[in-house]
Design a protein around this ligand. Sequence first.
Ligand code: NAP
Ligand code: GCO
Length: 264
Amino acid sequence: MVNFSLEGKVALVTGASYGIGFALATAFAEAGAKIVFNDIKQELVDKGLAAYKEKGIEAHGYVCDVTNEDQVNAMVAKIAEEVGPINILVNNAGIIKRIPMVEMTAAEFRQVIDIDLNGPFIVSKAVIPGMIKMGGGKIINICSMMSELGRETVSAYAAAKGGLKMLTRNIASEYGEYNIQCNGIGPGYIATPQTAPLRERQADGSRHPFDSFIVAKTPAARWGTPEDLMGPAVFLASDASNFVNGHVLYVDGGILAYIGKQPQ
Ligand code: NAP
Ligand code: GCO
């Protein structure tokens, strides 16, 4: 029988107080995993713990900035001591800055690269040795449409998410022999706080032009929800995907396959 169960596994989802990370951690808990998450502020960790509790999930939360290697190493050691060695890692924490490239400062560009690409490197590097000791593990990197496509104002984010696709393939290549599978999930346009500015109603009550654009570009004719990502994430975190490695699974309602609806 195909095994989608995560019973007895410890899953770390970075930046999972809310949004996509929260949905993925919830899915893992429903599949039997023990949930661990981090955020950069104690108040958000506390908010996340309360939200998980409301769903009947006893999560473990840690304050940790994924760009800070000392904080990450300390968190991974603490998790091993307090919860257990990490079997599943989801590099979910991420930010976006929507600024025309020539107006973006180098510091702003670096900040996006630091969180969205250096962060997954730092956390994966901290977790892999333990996975090797345990005889294997699962790493899931949350990529993006921007791992494949560009658009105005998201140069840093696209560069980071393009790099994250290749980091995914490289971890798969370098550590596959230790029974570590590293894959990506490439969400389409998902309704979360990160994309709220793109869906804001206009002053006259009409839909945001970008909102209408995405709906026209998506065969499913809707924005995705974090819940749409739960099944794919459980698949990639479970034994059901033990021979899937270095793959980015796009969960995008078909955007990447579609030229877009002709304007009426
Ligand atoms: P979100 O609502 O903005 O949540 C991002 C999470 O990451 C927040 O909990 C945030 O915490 C945390 N975070 C940010 N910087 C961090 C750091 N340095 N260390 C630790 N945690 C940090 O974003 P989302 O929409 O759920 O997206 C989650 C992931 O999916 C991101 O990697 C994003 O790029 C990716 N993604 C999103 C979409 C979409 O359409 N929403 C589509 C494709 C990919 P704070 O609140 O404290 O900042
Ligand atoms: C944007 C959006 C996208 C989504 C996502 C799409 O400004 O274009 O924020 O980047 O967040 O990454 O997959």
